[in-house]
Design a protein around this ligand. Structure first.
Ligand SMILES: *Cc1c(COP(=O)(O)O)cnc(C)c1O
Length: 397
């Protein structure tokens, strides 16, 4: 049988980046505000905003920095409560804490999407903002979320770190809430090692975020004009200095043209593997919601009728077959298991989310894999279930 493919390596950076990187190396022009205009970071912001159909974009050091600045740009007071899903990456509650706010965790169902009954119950007058994390690109019911939040005048921030290219009812994820945030960390669709970007149509939000990201003195003049908004906020806000460097922007810009291919191939790979996994009684890949078109580079699935011990044996069996599987809620110290966010103090008990996390498996499936690579992975994932549960039922009943 063919060996399982390497799923960790990123794609090469397009050749087109080389000339600009060479120029940056020669000139040392790495700071976004050195050149009078059209720095690589400024060009990336312009191109990204155009690609998304948003008015404004601000590139920063990470998606976490973008989430933090989003909360700060909304002007939330110290101690403000922010609703977030309990299934997300630890960086999300961390960005809330960093902004001096308090995260309130909402239950997530076994299809990895927000439990709307719990969301509605927790969206009280005490909540100042909602941060929707489209975890691994799984999209919660954005129509229902926007309707409930808008009825109360509560702003919605989309954590689309890992969801670039996903659509909801034909709209681009990250453009539905007031602010959308994306990551350029190497495991995401666009890779500059580190980096992030936020988009919005709100001139006050972007003016505040630009200044706080570190556009000190009159560096805001190197951003597209915003009538008097920059002058208005000048000197009134702290400078958190979490900018993106020109080198990172030069590495991301030529990848923008690759987005449609990466989205298409990632979806093909995911759906190809999902169809095979759903053939066994031991594995369920939850269906997407109706309006959702995902752009996955990994696959999540639930083990059915497995005990905790069997789930751990499954991860071992998959590993022995050359495919790494993480179980969000059973892999030690997993940063996506809410009870490991001890920096929050006492986390609430969320039985639905906990139950899901203890059966939900995560395997990487990058867009650059071929369908044949994906077959090898799918077969290993299925065979590992049979290793644990025995072949009889898989092929029998
Ligand atoms: C990667 C990720 C983040 C953090 O992005 P950074 O750029 O590493 O800060 C936040 N949320 C989700 C859902 C992510 O996948």
């Amino acid at each position: 049988m063919a060996l399982p493919p390497n799923v960790y390596d990123a794609e090469p950076i397009p050749e087109a980046a080389k000339a600009e990187i060479e120029r940056l190396l020669k000139t040392g022009d790495l700071f976004r505000y050195t050149a009078p205009e059209n720095s690589p970071v400024a060009l990336l912001e312009k191109e990204f905003a155009e690609m998304m159909g948003s008015k404004y974009a601000l590139a920063v050091a990470s998606c976490s920095a973008a989430l933090f600045l989003s909360l700060k740009a909304l002007g939330l007071p110290r101690g403000a409560k922010v609703l977030i899903p309990a299934f997300t990456f630890a960086a999300v509650p961390s960005s809330v804490v960093h902004a001096d706010c308090v995260p309130v965790l909402v239950e997530v169902a076994d299809n990895y999407r927000i439990d709307m009954a719990d969301f509605e119950a927790k969206l009280t007058d005490e909540i100042s903002a909602v941060m929707i994390s489209h975890m691994r690109g799984h999209t919660s019911d954005m129509d229902a979320i926007m309707k409930l939040a808008e009825a109360r005048g509560i702003p919605v921030i989309e954590d689309a770190a890992h969801s670039l290219g996903t659509e909801w009812g034909g709209r681009k994820i990250g453009t539905i809430g007031k602010i959308g945030c994306f990551s350029f960390q190497s495991y995401k669709l666009l890779n500059s090692g580190e980096g992030g970007i936020m988009i919005t149509d709100d001139p006050d939000v972007i003016a505040r975020a630009v200044i706080m990201s570190g556009a000190y003195e009159h560096n805001w003049k190197k951003h597209p004009a915003l009538s008097d908004r920059f002058e208005h906020w000048q000197n009134k806000l702290p400078l958190y200095n979490t900018r993106l460097s020109n080198m990172s922007a030069a590495i991301v810009r030529p990848q923008l043209a690759e987005v449609p291919r990466r989205v298409r191939d990632g979806r093909r790979n995911h759906d190809h593997v999902a169809a095979q996994l759903n053939q066994t009684p031991w594995i369920r890949v939850p269906a997407p919601l109706g309006p959702e078109q995902r752009a996955p580079d990994s696959i999540q699935f639930n083990l059915v009728d497995f005990t905790d011990e069997e789930v751990l044996s499954y991860a071992e069996a998959a590993k022995a077959r050359g495919v790494a599987v993480q179980v969000f809620g059973l892999t030690k110290d997993n940063a996506r298991a809410y009870w490991n966010w001890q920096f929050l103090g006492d986390t609430p008990e969320l039985p639905q989310t906990r139950g899901m996390l203890q059966r939900a498996c995560d395997a990487r499936l990058p867009a650059r894999l071929t369908p044949e690579d994906c077959d090898v992975i799918a077969q290993a994932l299925i065979a590992a279930a049979e290793d644990v549960k025995g072949e009889a039922r898989a092929y029998g009943t």
